[in-house]
Write a protein that binds this ligand. Structure first.
Ligand code: PGA
Length: 261
């Protein structure tokens, strides 16, 4: 997918049960115009993915898994594999800060999940970002480097085209304290530099990089106007159909190509 198309992902987190997700999708479907230059992705609870995949217009929305286990099958009580999600979701979040910090996922877990997604035809959205302490210590660039190198360790140049990177400063997630656009540009340029060192300049220019962290309908345009930002990962504001629709429209307006689908 080319960088001309903005990606807007709504991460519902552990909100909206199956029934509520379905009602929400129904409301959103009535509000969002399908646009050629915007890919709208919904990441509901795992429980609702199957039913939403039957309800959703795939022209209008794609689905993402918020999480999955890296092995394909076996004695892993309570887990859902990327193999089970194959064909139902187009994307899978990997390394979200809540997975790293609340569930203590390691770099190895994240690396294995990136691989599992790719192996199963699911595009991994690799989330990376510094904590407040790392930021205060001037360690942002190192943190991004380490998470990027860790997450992409087994990814070949060909496979890299499947990977989306989401820059999400941990201190900005769910806090209402969003990063200023110049900091986002600096971080994403650092990310592209690291990718360039690992895979070469064309790969760095081709890579799709999103911003996430307390994005609202009033701040979205500032991020979407940044040439390095290819879309947004939206948590809280994606639960409000009006706000989310506005963010999608702003993505449409910020990009090239005006036509409806
Ligand atoms: P937030 O979440 O928009 O509620 O800060 C973003 C995310 O967790 O991806």
């Amino acid at each position: 997918m080319s960088r001309d198309k903005k990606i807007i992902i709504g991460n519902f987190k552990m909100n909206l049960n199956v029934h509520e997700s379905s009602l929400y999708l129904h409301t959103l479907a009535g509000m969002v115009k399908p646009r050629r230059n915007v890919e709208v992705v919904l990441a509901p609870t795992t429980l609702a993915i199957q039913s939403l995949s039957l309800q959703v217009s795939h022209r209008q929305f794609k689905l993402a898994a918020q999480n999955f286990y890296w092995r394909d099958h076996g004695p892993y009580t309570g887990e859902v594999s990327a193999t089970m999600l194959r064909g139902i979701v187009k994307y899978g979040l990997v390394g979200h800060s809540e997975r790293r910090h609340v569930f203590h996922e390691s770099d190895k877990d994240i690396r294995d999940k990136v691989q599992a997604a790719i192996r199963n035809g699911i595009r991994p959205v690799l989330c990376i970002g510094e904590t407040a302490a790392e930021r205060a210590d001037g360690e942002t660039q190192h943190a991004l480097h380490d998470q990027l190198v860790g997450g992409l360790a087994n990814v070949t140049s060909d496979e890299l085209e499947q990977v989306i990177i989401a820059y999400e400063p941990v201190w900005a997630i769910g806090t209402g304290q969003n990063a200023v656009p110049s900091d986002v540009t600096a971080a994403i340029q650092a990310i592209r530099n690291h990718i360039s060192h690992l895979y070469g300049k064309p790969a760095a220019e081709f890579a799709q990089v999103l911003y996430g962290g307390s994005v609202t309908a009033s701040t979205a345009a500032d991020y979407l106007a940044l040439p390095d930002v290819d879309g947004l990962l939206v948590g809280g504001a994606s639960l409000d159909a009006h706000a989310f629709t506005q963010i999608i429209e702003l993505a449409h307006q910020s990009g090239s190509g005006e036509e409806e689908l």
